[in-house]
Design a protein. Structure first.
Length: 124
């Protein structure tokens, strides 16, 4: 894997992590207790589209897709997808830093196993 491809994968992971953080921040502003019929779901979707941070998440999604297409044009899918698992690590850290989520030691241990897998796949 070239440095350029690795850099693009990391950039994709940053976009994906930001996307998830923005979606979560937007979701925190939504109320789901009144989803009883079709009209309620339409109103729910309208409320989603009124939240600016949701639009930032959509932009991160689009940017991530474009970068991901470039990555897939440059390396095998069997390498790209496992290395894409870096997102799990980045989301764990970002959730702690930006959302104030607590991290239990079992999540850290699981994340370390993911990191080990990424290293093994990247070296193959």
């Amino acid at each position: 894997m070239t440095f350029k491809i690795f850099f693009l994968i990391v950039l994709h992971e940053i976009c994906s992590t930001a996307e998830q953080i923005f979606f979560k921040k937007g979701a925190n502003n939504l109320s789901m207790h009144k989803l009883a019929n079709f009209r309620d779901y339409i109103l729910f979707i309208k409320n989603i589209l009124k939240i600016p941070v949701i639009w930032l998440a959509f932009l991160m999604t689009l940017g991530g897709w474009i970068i991901w297409f470039i990555v897939l044009a440059g390396i095998d899918l069997s390498i790209a997808v496992p290395v894409d698992s870096m997102q799990y690590i980045m989301i764990l850290v970002a959730s702690y830093l930006f959302l104030g989520e607590r991290i239990h030691w079992t999540r850290i241990l699981g994340t370390l196993f993911i990191l080990l897998g990424i290293i093994l796949v990247a070296k193959s």
